[in-house]
Write a protein that binds this ligand. Structure first.
Ligand SMILES: O=P(O)(O)OC[C@H]1O[C@@H](O)[C@@H](O)[C@@H](O)[C@@H]1O
Length: 456
């Protein structure tokens, strides 16, 4: 069986900690067995290892999440990278085509697609393993895992049973996100919540793509990716299938997509700098800022603060943050990259349209920024910590704390941290966005080779 872990979505419901560059699955708000902070993706990957499914797993993600994944899970996790973020139908289609045409996986192979953010016991992943023999035995088009619903939610997909057998459920049909009234009816029919696991014979999805006139060669599908409909697999495929089976999972399962559910799983009430008065109840502070947050006399409140913003919400109201943020667009003020992280500490636009943006940038020892140039900004870096090798227009010089480096627009530059390196970067010019970044080389060896050839 092949496992495809879907790591997409921006998770706006956990704003201000999640943003376009930092999805909820990367937030280190959980605790691992050693008592260290861990993210959802780290937790799930460890669990896949525990049940020995990691060796057959591949992560389907978008370009913007690659750095976060390699930072948290290491350089060697296999990835399928979507050229742009669309929805789960395109993502699953791309993964299936990759397995089929790049990895030459047999069309008879069972593929299980899993979400990256379920908060579950290891037993959940053992259930996933059971889907393989179940699909082989029943020859069903799709295998799902359902949990018993606790309320008529309009957030989940519902698996409506036809017949409940001792080994599995024969499914009458699947309904994605019904209204609350409809959900009540579905509960009366003993429907289960769908946990987001989809297991199928590779052939099922490949055939479906052929029927839709879509390419089944990876490179071709990549090139036509922007033509794929932005729709979830649940609507596009699952609702339309006729032969579905499901397993019921009775262990612990929770969707950690919103502040109220997430804080229930946090090991402490305060993450980061903060104080909560003793008369406060069921109140959490998650603070990524360097200044303290104090909470007094509060009940059922979450306060979350990050460089992107500050949220104060009553817990049950917290899922509504997504609606409130509609139309509010802001560049990410904090990002983790494969080399470390940066934080925007100040920015301004002046009367003549000239802009300024200041960042604190931290690069881990041994890592490097790509060799790159910018079209419309100058940069001045003041090294504040550590030592590094700095390259400007093909010339490499050693730098250390206290040095000031001037980088005019269009000058090629990069740096490798010899020890943990930090600098303050002041950008001036126009259009001060991450996209004004033209990468010539990404790996340090290539940069060195290039400089030695040019300088000969
Ligand atoms: O392209 P990577 O290696 O991610 O480096 C990106 C970084 O490069 C530096 O030169 C600066 O322009 C930073 O503002 C930018 O975030």
């Amino acid at each position: 069986m092949k496992i495809v872990l879907l790591s997409g979505g921006s998770g706006k419901r956990l704003w201000p900690l999640s943003n376009d560059a930092r999805s909820k699955q990367f937030l280190k708000v959980l605790e691992n067995r050693e008592g260290l902070n861990a993210s959802m993706v780290e937790r799930v990957w460890t669990q896949l290892k525990n049940v020995k499914l990691d060796q057959s797993a591949i992560i389907a993600t978008s370009y913007s999440q690659v750095d976060m994944i390699t930072n948290q899970l290491g350089q060697n996790v296999p990835l399928i990278v979507e050229p742009e973020r669309r929805d789960t139908f395109p993502a699953i289609a791309l993964a299936a085509v990759y397995l089929y045409s790049v990895q030459n996986v047999s069309l008879e192979e069972i593929v299980s697609v899993l979400p990256v953010d379920p908060f579950v016991d290891d037993a959940f992943f053992r259930k996933v393993k059971e889907l393989e023999p179940l699909l082989e035995k029943t020859n069903a088009e799709l295998g799902l895992i359902g949990v018993k619903p606790t309320y008529p939610s309009s957030k989940y997909g519902y698996i409506v049973p036809l017949k409940t057998k001792s080994t599995h459920v024969d499914v009458s049909h699947f309904q994605e996100k019904p209204s609350e009234e409809k959900a009540e009816d579905l509960l009366a029919m003993n429907a289960l919540w769908n946990t987001g696991v989809f297991a199928f014979k590779l052939d099922t999805v490949i055939e479906l793509l052929v029927e839709k006139g879509l390419p089944i060669k990876y490179e071709e599908l990549l090139n036509r990716y922007d033509e794929l409909p932005k729709i979830s697999f649940d609507y596009e495929v699952v609702e339309k299938l006729h032969h579905i089976v499901a397993l019921t999972y009775q262990g612990y399962w929770k969707d950690l997509g919103t502040w109220n559910t997430l804080t229930e799983e946090m090991a402490t009430n305060i993450l980061g700098k903060g104080m909560i008065s003793s008369d406060s109840k069921n109140t959490h502070i998650v603070n990524e800022l360097d200044i303290p947050v104090a909470a007094l006399g509060l009940k059922d409140i979450v306060i979350a603060a990050s460089p992107d913003g500050i949220l104060v919400t009553e817990k049950t109201a917290s899922p509504r943050i997504k609606e409130l943020l509609k139309g509010f667009d802001q560049r990410p003020m904090f990002e983790e990259r494969r080399w470390g992280w940066y934080q925007v500490i100040d920015s301004a636009t002046y009367g003549d349209g000239q802009e300024m943006l200041t960042k604190r940038i931290s690069i881990s020892a041994g890592k490097n920024l790509s060799y790159q140039y910018h079209e419309s900004r100058n940069e001045v870096w003041t090294v504040v910590k550590g030592e590094g090798d700095f390259v400007l227009d093909d010339k490499i010089i050693p730098v250390r704390a206290g040095d000031v480096l001037r980088i005019p627009a269009r000058a090629k530059h990069g740096v490798k941290a010899v020890s943990d390196l930090e600098f303050i970067e002041v950008q001036t010019g126009f259009n001060l966005v991450e996209e004004d970044n033209y990468r010539v080389f990404e790996f340090w060896e290539d940069i060195i080779d290039h400089c030695s050839v040019v300088r000969k």
